[in-house]
Design a protein around this ligand. Structure first.
Ligand code: FEO
Length: 169
């Protein structure tokens, strides 16, 4: 049985993951309206992954008998300065999510709740990957943003990303 405090933190994290999904969907729409459909695809897939993260937490909370309380999801921004700004915001957001997950791990550790720390290990690893990918994309967009041919190829590259549900299980 999970404590009320940990259940509340996980409920809050579910809402944060759902917010991240909305945020990335907003980024996807921004690129879509600029005919950069490959990058739009990348963020659409990212949005689906975030919903899967929320689902994983939902299932865990149900498994450990925590009360699930669905939170309010704020409206994400829908305007961005330029293509680089979007990628920088995505990286910034992943860092926020990482800190938030670390915060739950710390609380679970303090309580000796090893089931939750074990469950969250998957998310810690996932955040390492997500921050790494987001950081790489910031570097790449800086290289290509002022060169239409390079940006076209970058867009093509990101069109290849597909949603793989197994990644989140
Ligand atoms: Fe679910 Fe991108 O963190």
């Amino acid at each position: 049985m999970v404590s009320e405090k940990i259940a509340q933190l996980i409920n809050e994290q579910i809402a944060k993951e759902q917010y991240a999904a909305q945020y990335y969907l907003s980024m996807s729409a921004w690129f879509n309206s600029r005919d950069l459909e490959g990058i739009a695809n990348y963020f659409r897939v990212q949005s689906k992954e975030e919903l899967m993260h929320a689902d994983k937490m939902f299932d865990y909370l149900a498994d450990v008998g925590g009360e699930i309380v669905i939170g309010e999801i704020p409206k994400p921004p829908h305007t961005f300065a330029d293509v680089q700004d979007v990628f920088e915001k995505a990286l910034e957001h992943e860092r926020v999510v990482t800190r938030s997950i670390f915060n739950i791990v710390k609380a679970a550790n303090d309580e000796g709740d090893f089931a939750t720390t074990s469950f969250l290990q998957w998310f810690i690893n996932e955040q390492v990957e997500e921050e790494s990918s987001a950081s790489l994309l910031v570097s790449k967009i800086k290289m290509v943003k002022d060169n239409p041919s390079a940006l076209y190829l970058f867009d093509q590259e990101l069109s290849q990303r597909v949603f793989v549900p197994e990644n989140g299980k």
